[in-house]
Design a protein around this ligand. Structure first.
Ligand code: TPP
Ligand code: DXP
Ligand code: MG
Length: 639
């Protein structure tokens, strides 16, 4: 077992209540130990390191001043919550983070009463905190104390945060919003709001003057008040505009050094003692703080694999094939080099979506809009309306945030926005909140949408090229997280005929119609079945919409049984095939039909292979399904 850090103070903390007995000096020591424990744990599990390291002091200070679980502490996104988990009774399981049957990498209601509201998608914290504050004032039966949202500068770019502040400023309820400003999102943040926060940050003395001018001195701890009063004298006669937050009706306190316990503790104590409305406390931190390999990394250690604590070297499994993301990114750059109408759009995830190459090569045609999926989709819709060829690159799970825009701005207007949908299917350690489970269902029901799913990385190249050429309406293509299957890649992708699938292997008796990357698992099932003398026909549908009617009806006519397989929720591809078969009266002729989809339940984090096994979509499950539908009772037990 690797050396564990010495943590005498932390060892005395079983729950936040134990912090109340510690003096301020002990709290500083506790923060140091908590940082060491976090680094040690994440070195064994991998995960979101940098964000948690940046809020270690803040976590200690909040738990020392407030009183969870009665006070409701809501971490935006939740990727910075590992120190919070360690302090709230989960230290004994912290080395199970993000693993099967282990702790979630995000806050989760079912895990602890200290996680009053689950998260993982960003920018929900202020809305949730306001909900708790209003419930408290309405006499909520659960007994609610204060509500505290901790939101990052990256998350502060999303519309939802402003919707919440708009409402909070209007209602005037006592509420604490802690803006954790580390001048980082996953990538360096973009946008005017980020520049605005930087100006507040750069103008720290100015803020002190302004706080004085606006009478906010009372929020400052006594040792700051004197300076602020002096400042007030100095600025008599000068006019200052309020911060944006003040204009929205929140008192503004800050900026404060978020690693200085001597600043954090008195400020939090003061606001807790005196606030009678919504207060925004602007805290300045460093992502990755206190661990040089994270601080020095371009992404500040946002997401790491297991690593060596001493060297910081991450342990990455050797790769056997290029990732889907890189194949998409490379193909897009090739296309953009030949077509000036191609534009790339990402919502704060240039690396994750493969747009970094495009950003480097064609910066004028690549846009990181920040965490703003709704805006990103509508922005692309207008680009398309003006004759450009936008690729709106958003993970399956985050595109959910922009769904009304997909329907209202894209689909109803029939605009040719291209949606490369990465992280389709089950993603592993990030768990249920990040599962790309729903996109087939939520896109294939939209009139005029073309919906594709790549079976391998060569198919992904073809689909990227097909999407670029498709000006007739919106088009999407999905592909999973991680490596491709290792097929040979063509020099260039080909334009696929819209709505046409392909037969992968001819057989008889039963046909498997696969959509997406379950194809290789279906092939493995066919190999196993061959040993039993069963030879299914295997087809790759390529399109969930429009369906290849000819192919499907032909498979149905030539086989006793048809099985669809997809890495998506109930109500997706299989349902569309069922509808076609029902409409064509195929079931009347006695076709045996089965749909293999994700089950209608939440699947928690594990390795993708384990998650698919739990979902009943492994190669073994496909083999079993074939035996079952053929009613090969004697063979079924052996599958
Ligand atoms: C709606 C949504 N879009 C994108 C993401 C992916 N994401 C997770 S954390 C993050 C950056 C958040 O930056 P910030 O709030 O400043 O937190 P920091 O990591 O800097 O502490 C992004 C883009 C997400 N979780 N939710
Ligand atoms: C917290 C969050 O939403 C992201 O950091 C996400 O975990 C990234 O996922 P990938 O690692 O699949 O890009
Ligand atoms: Mg940040």
């Amino acid at each position: 077992m690797p050396d564990r850090p010495k943590t005498p103070t932390l060892d005395r903390v079983a729950s936040p209540a134990d912090l109340k007995a510690l003096g301020d000096d002990d709290l500083s020591s506790l923060a140091d130990e908590l940082r060491a424990e976090t680094i040690s744990a994440v070195s064994e599990t991998g995960g979101h390191l940098g964000a948690g390291l940046g809020v270690v002091e803040l976590t200690v200070a909040i738990h020392a001043v407030f009183d969870t679980p009665r006070d409701k502490l809501i971490w935006d996104v939740g990727h910075q919550c590992y120190p919070h988990k360690i302090l709230t009774g989960r230290r004994d399981r912290i080395r199970t983070l993000r693993q099967k049957d282990g702790l979630s990498g995000f806050t989760k209601r079912s895990e602890s009463s200290h996680d009053p509201f689950g998260a993982a998608h960003s920018s929900t914290s202020i809305s949730a905190a306001l909900g708790f504050a209003v419930a408290r004032d309405l006499g909520a039966p659960e007994g609610v104390g204060d509500a505290i949202a901790v939101i990052g500068d990256g998350a502060m770019s999303a519309g939802m945060a402003y919707e919440a502040m708009n409402n909070a400023g209007h209602l005037g309820k006592r509420l604490f919003v802690i803006l954790n400003d580390n001048e980082m999102s996953i990538a360096p943040p973009t946008g005017a709001m980020s520049s605005y926060l930087s100006r507040l940050y750069a103008g720290a003395p100015f803020q002190e003057l302004k706080a004085a001018a606006k009478g906010a001195v009372s929020f400052l701890p006594p040792r700051f008040q004197e300076g602020a009063r002096r400042a007030k004298e100095m600025i008599k006669g000068m006019t200052f505009g309020g911060t944006l937050f003040e204009e929205l009706g929140l008192s503004y306190v800050g900026p404060i050094d978020g690693h200085d316990m001597e600043s954090l503790l008195p400020v939090l104590r003061a606001v807790k003692a005196r606030a009678d409305g919504p207060v925004l406390i602007h805290v300045v931190t460093r992502k990755g703080k206190g661990y040089a390999p994270a601080e020095d990394a371009a992404d500040k250690g946002h997401g790491v694999s297991k690593f060596d604590v001493v060297t910081g070297e991450q342990k990455k499994a050797p790769s056997n094939a290029p990732s889907y993301t890189s194949v998409f990114g490379g193909t897009l750059v090739d296309l953009a080099a030949r077509d000036e109408r191609i534009v790339g759009v990402t919502a704060a995830m240039p690396d994750g979506t493969g747009l970094t190459k495009m950003l480097e090569r064609f910066p004028a045609r690549t846009f990181d809009v920040g965490i703003a999926e709704q805006h990103g989709v509508t922005f692309c819709a207008a680009l398309a309306a003006a004759g450009m060829r936008p690729f709106c690159a958003i993970y399956s799970t985050f595109l959910q945030r922009g769904y009304d825009q997909v329907v209202h701005d894209v689909a109803l207007q029939g605009l040719p926005v291209r949606f490369p949908i990465d992280r389709a299917g089950l993603v592993g350690a990030d768990g249920a909140t990040h599962a790309g489970a729903y996109d087939i269902a939520y896109l294939a029901n939209l009139p005029g949408f073309t919906v594709m799913a790549a079976a391998d990385e060569a198919e992904l190249m073809h689909m990227t090229v097909t999407a670029a050429a498709h000006d007739e309406g919106p088009i999407s293509f999905r592909f999973p997280r991680g490596e491709g299957v290792g097929v040979e890649l063509p020099e260039r992708g080909e334009i696929l005929p819209i709505g046409k699938g392909r037969i992968v292997r001819e057989g008889s008796g039963v046909a498997i119609l696969s959509l997406g990357t379950r194809l290789s698992h279906a092939e493995a099932a066919c190999e196993a079945l061959a040993a039993r003398g069963i030879a299914p026909t295997l087809a790759d549908a390529r399109f969930a919409k429009p369906l290849d009617r000819e192919l499907i009806l032909d498979l149905a006519a030539r086989h006793d049984a048809l099985i669809t397989v997809e890495e998506g929720a109930v109500g997706g591809f299989g349902s569309h095939v069922a509808q076609l078969l029902a409409e064509e009266g195929v079931f009347d002729g006695g076709l045996r039909f089965r749909m293999m989809t994700l089950p209608d339940r939440i699947i928690d984090q594990a390795s993708p292979a384990d998650m698919y096994a739990l979902a009943g979509l492994s190669a073994d499950d496909i083999e079993r399904q074939v035996l079952d539908v053929l009613d090969v009772a004697s063979l079924r037990g052996r599958a």
